[in-house]
Every structure is written in C-alpha cells, then in structure tokens.
Design a protein around this ligand. Structure first.
Ligand SMILES: Cc1cc2nc3c(=O)[nH]c(=O)nc-3n(C[C@H](O)[C@H](O)[C@H](O)COP(=O)(O)OP(=O)(O)OC[C@H]3O[C@@H](n4cnc5c(N)ncnc54)[C@H](O)[C@@H]3O)c2cc1C
Ligand code: SF4
Length: 568
C-alpha cells in the first residue's frame, strides 16, 4: 500500500464509521453489516426481536417490568450506535493512544532497535511532519503513560524521535514519491504557515492536491520559527522539517496577510477549490495599566519573535516576566542569555501548580531564574517615564471562572513591591483581528472540536472554507496543531474527492518480521538520557542545551521498549 492509498483508506474508514452510526439508528446492527462486521451485526440485530419474542411468550398484561424493557431497548439502540462508530478494534499501545497525532510509537522504536532509522523516520512522518521540532520541544504525553514507568523510568520516546530526525535529515532523506498516474488534483489555499497549516499542506500534497500556503510572515514555520527560542530549538533543525514539506510540491507565498492583502473571495477568483484558515493565536493579552515599550513594557510574543528575527539587542538590569506557562519560562531564559542581571517569573499559581512543564521550570531555576509564586500584580509603578516595577499582592488561592479564566483570591494587606527595569507579559494570547471572519458560522467536524467547517450566510466565499489549529482551540502545542491540520486535510479531501475516497480499500501487505530475542533482561536497564550542557555554561549562550542520543543509547532505549501493541 503506498502512502496515498493509506491516507485514502483512513478517510474512507472514518466515512464508513460515520455512515454506520447513522444506520445503527434505523435498526441496531444495520451499521455493523454496512461496515462488514457481520457477527456483531447479527448479535445487535437479534437483541430487540429476541426481547419482544420473550416478552410476548410470557405476556400477562402490562406491568412495571415493561418500563424496564423499554429502557433496555433504548440501551440496546445506544450501545449498538456507540459500537458501530468504533469500528473494528484497533490495538494501540498507551503511548500511541496518548499522542495527539497517534504516531505509531512502538513500531518506530522497533525499527530503531533493528537498525533501520530511516524507515522509523518515515513512520513518524506518516502522522507528523515535525520530527525535528517534536523530538526537541514536545510535552511528550506519550512518556507520561509509558508502561515502563512501572519499571524504573519511561522510554525516552522524544529523544529517540530527535535521534531519528537528526540521522535521517543528515542522510538527506527526501519525501517518498507521490502516486503517479492520473489522479484528481484540486487546488487548496492554506492561510497560515504554522504547524497546523503546514501539516495540512503536507497531507494534502501526499493525496495529490495542488497546495499553496500564504502567510503574513516572510518565512514559513509560525510559532515554531518565530516563538520557540534557539537554545531549545535551533533554526537549522526546523528548516529540515520545512524542507521535506515544501519538497512535496507545496508552494509558499510569504508577506501576504489575510484581511489586508487578500480576502476569501480573492482566493475563489484565483481558482482554488477550498481554503483552510490556520492563522494561530498570536494576539497577546495584556494586563490593564501596562504601558508601551518606551516605558519598558513588552509582551512575550513580540519579545520572542524579535529575538528570532535578530532584532532584539542585549538587555540589562532587572527583568520580571509575568505568567506561569512555558512561554514565560522561555522569555525568562532568553532574558538571561541577553545579559539581564536579575530575572524573575511572577505568577498567580504556587510553584507546584505552575502550568509550565516542571522540567522547563527546573532548567530555568538551575540557570538562575528566580520564581515569585502566588503573586498578583496590583498596580504597575512608573517613575520618570520608565517602569520601576509593580505593587504586588499575595495570592491565597486561585479558582477558574466560567470561561476558564483564572480568578485569584488575594490576601488583603499583603502588598509588597517588586522592582523591575523591564516587564514582559506572558499571560496568554488569542486569535487576531484578521482571523476567522466574524460572519462565519462554525460547524465542528470532529468530536474534539479541532476542525471546523465555516459556513457563510452572505456567500462571502463560494469555495468551502475550514479552520483548524490554535486559532480555533486556543494556544496549544505543535503536535496538537499538527494533528488538527492533518484532520482538516482529510476532511477537505473527502469533501473535494469523495469518489476517490469511496474506491479506497484496505490492503495491508506489511508483515512484521520476527525480532531477535535478547539474552538479558532489558527491562531492568536504566533510562538513557540525552547529554546536556551544564547550567553554568548554558545560561549565557543560545547554543542548544540538549544534544542527541548516541547510536548506542538510542539502541539501548529501543531495547527497553515492551512493544505493548503486540500484547494488547
Ligand atoms: C514562545 C512559544 C514557545 C512554544 N514552544 C513550544 C514547544 O516547545 N513545544 C510545543 O509543542 N509547542 C510550543 N509552542 C506552541 C506552538 O508553537 C503552537 O501551539 C503552534 O505553533 C500553533 O500552531 P498554528 O499553526 O495553529 O499557529 P501558529 O504557529 O501561530 O501559525 C500561524 C501562522 O499564521 C500566520 N498568520 C496569522 N495571521 C495571519 C493572517 N491574517 N494572514 C496570513 N497569515 C497569518 C502567522 O504568521 C503564522 O505563521 C510555543 C508557543 C510559543 C508562543
Ligand atoms: S514500553 Fe514501548 S510500547 Fe509500551 S508504552 Fe512505553 S514506548 Fe509505548
């Protein structure tokens, strides 16, 4: 099966499941027959006639038990409907289930163990085109659920992914050739070249579409390129991921801002058959009373994007970053590297409840960043036209408001002053003004609400429009944005080429080769960690902190994996 056939089957399988759930509502079991699950279909279809037959055979007039029977019918309908939507049981290891992109982790780790890293990289690329980025900066939910947590420590899944990306890109891997022959090639415009838009572009190009990605920035990459700092994610590594996507024939048009330089109607006139909005959430949220840059106030996204463009000069004095997430930690670590003498993070949460990844906070503290937990800004202090700090209040506890916003409860009379020469706000961001048009009605296309179809009443655009990524779900992670871009691409293709999709059939020629048995007990081996720069060395340099696993360590880690998917 080539990659296009696999993608087509993936779309068709989801389509068949959707139809099966609807048919199940007509009569339990019909949906199962539709998708070829005859035994289960016969089981569900027999339940209601059986119950009716049984009832009439012992009928002695209406009784309370009949109400229970009615409830049982409703339950049969409901359970048959749920089961029809699940389709055939597919076994997935916990790590694969936990990954938002559902990468086949156990199989790619097995390929590393067999010494076939390039094939392992291809398996990652099947679901996620950002192996280099996610091998370095993913929150790795897969490791949190890895069964090896019960035997000393989880497999270093993220480090293995980075190992593959580094090895594969250094060997000059190129995208596998697309399907030949005469296949439909509709034109799709994608607005936004962040991970969501690029992942959609990658998937659509593999399906044979002509894809053009338009972005307000000069270069593609979105927050991966203009947000994440170089000591965690060097620019060259990101370029490797992007090169593979563009090499699939994706066209990139930079410096074109949607809403300013073009509209959806313009894209329709250009001849595109569908459009996807993936413009991210890059409008910073600011605290009331904060001044402008001249007074010494900055927001995190401006700070980081200027740094990425090489426009930020060394800064001295005291820097306070307000916010408790990963972005605040990134800003603080960058400020240290830019020469600030004293850097602190002030956040509403206690140290343990900070939303930032604990390992990032640990790294920042080891480099010399101070943390001011349970601290709320009461008012900013500006003296002689420059920020001098802020008056703060101790936070007793925090609650979450109806819309998910944080409501701090402060301790009356606990005021204290925090001095600062620069204040950087890292308290979140939302979609900008030129994001999804306000006139668009949204229809969710997946249960997780990661992809929307946009419906315009005034026929603003005659071509189908979709939205995905951070602009619909709020700030998230690269792997989540990539998963929503891929899902959007599959939905778009189904809409444009449903005839092609209907033809797709499941043919799996892949056979697992027997793996050599290991003479020792690899589960008792300790986890191999990637080497890192010591804190005193890294706090003044933008050099990458974490290095890649050695060949031996990657192999050693792969041997620790239990291949849970084979036992489930
Ligand atoms: C500082 C920082 C560090 C991060 N670090 C990590 C990390 O280590 N790991 C991780 O997993 N996630 C990280 N994230 C989160 C991650 O980068 C985002 O969740 C992800 O990039 C969102 O992808 P997206 O494609 O939806 O949006 P974006 O990446 O924001 O991309 C949107 C694109 O749309 C373009 N655009 C916006 N408006 C328009 C318009 N009107 N017209 C045309 N183009 C437009 C933008 O220029 C941008 O290129 C970080 C985020 C930040 C801010
Ligand atoms: S042991 Fe291997 S297959 Fe099992 S959860 Fe961990 S990484 Fe996944």
């Amino acid at each position: 099966m080539d990659q296009r056939d696999r993608l087509l089957w993936e779309i068709n399988r989801a389509r068949i499941r959707r139809i099966a759930t609807k048919l199940s509502l007509v009569f339990p079991g019909v949906g199962h027959f539709y998708c070829g699950r005859f035994l289960q279909g016969a089981f569900w279809a027999s339940l209601i006639p059986l119950s009716i037959g049984l009832t009439f055979s012992i009928w002695q007039g209406p009784s309370g038990g009949h109400a229970i029977l009615l409830l049982a019918f409703a339950l049969i309908y409901y359970l048959a409907w749920v089961d029809a939507g699940r389709g055939f049981r597919e076994t997935a290891a916990p790590c694969q289930d936990a990954c938002p992109s559902h990468i086949n982790v156990p199989d790619y780790i097995a390929l590393v163990r067999l010494g076939r890293p390039l094939e392992a990289l291809a398996l990652v690329h099947d679901k996620l085109p950002f192996a280099a980025f996610c091998g370095r900066g993913c929150p790795h939910p897969c490791e949190q659920v890895c069964v090896r947590n019960e035997f000393n420590a989880p497999i270093s899944i993220m480090a293995i992914k980075r190992y593959l990306a580094d090895i594969g890109y250094a060997a000059g891997v190129s995208p596998s050739p697309g399907a030949g022959g005469s296949i439909p090639s509709p034109g799709v415009a994608i607005i936004g070249a962040g991970p969501a838009g690029l992942s959609a572009a990658d998937t659509l190009a593999r399906l044979g579409c002509r894809v053009t990605v338009l972005d307000a920035n000069a270069e593609p990459g979105g927050m991966m390129r203009y947000g994440a700092p170089g000591f965690r994610f060097p620019r060259d590594a990101g370029l490797c991921d992007l090169r593979i996507i563009l090499a699939r024939g994706v066209l990139f048009r930079g410096n074109e801002r949607f809403g300013r330089d073009f509209t959806l109607a313009d894209l329709g006139r250009e001849g595109f058959d569908a459009v996807l909005l993936a413009v991210g959430a890059d409008e910073p949220i600011r605290l009331p009373g904060a001044g402008g840059e001249k007074e010494g106030f900055l927001d995190a996204l401006t700070f980081l994007s200027r740094l990425a463009r090489g426009e930020l000069h060394p800064i001295g004095g005291r820097v306070v970053v307000i916010g408790g997430g990963d972005v605040a930690v990134d800003v603080a670590r960058c400020a240290l590297r830019l020469g600030a003498q004293d850097v602190k993070i002030a956040c509403l949460e206690s140290r343990e409840a900070m939303p930032a990844s604990p390992w990032e906070v640990e790294d920042a503290v080891a480099e010399g960043v101070g943390i001011l937990p349970s601290t709320a800004v009461k008012k900013f202090l500006v003296r002689q036209g420059r920020v001098a700090g802020f008056e703060a209040l101790r936070v007793d506890r925090i609650e979450f408001g109806e819309k998910g916003g944080i409501v701090p409860h402060t301790v009356p009379g606990s005021e204290f002053e925090v001095g600062a020469d620069w204040i950087v706000m890292a308290i979140g961001s939302g979609p900008g003004k030129e994001s999804i048009p306000a006139s668009a009605e949204r229809k969710a296309l997946d249960p997780g609400h990661h992809v929307y179809r946009l419906i315009f009443r005034e026929k603003e655009t005659r071509i189908p429009a979709y939205a995905c990524g951070d602009c619909v779900r709020g700030p998230g992670t690269v792997v989540e944005a990539s998963a929503s871009g891929r899902a959007a691409a599959l939905n778009i293709y189904e809409h444009l080429c449903v005839q092609e999709v209907r033809k797709a059939r499941f043919v799996d020629n892949f056979r697992r080769a027997g793996e050599p048995q290991l003479p020792d007990r690899p589960e008792w081996r300790v986890r191999s960690e990637a080497p890192r720069l010591p804190p005193e060395e890294r706090r003044r340099t933008f050099q990458e902190v974490e290095k890649r696993l050695t060949d031996e360590d990657a192999h050693h880690e792969a041997e620790r994996c239990a291949r849970c998917n084979l036992w489930l």
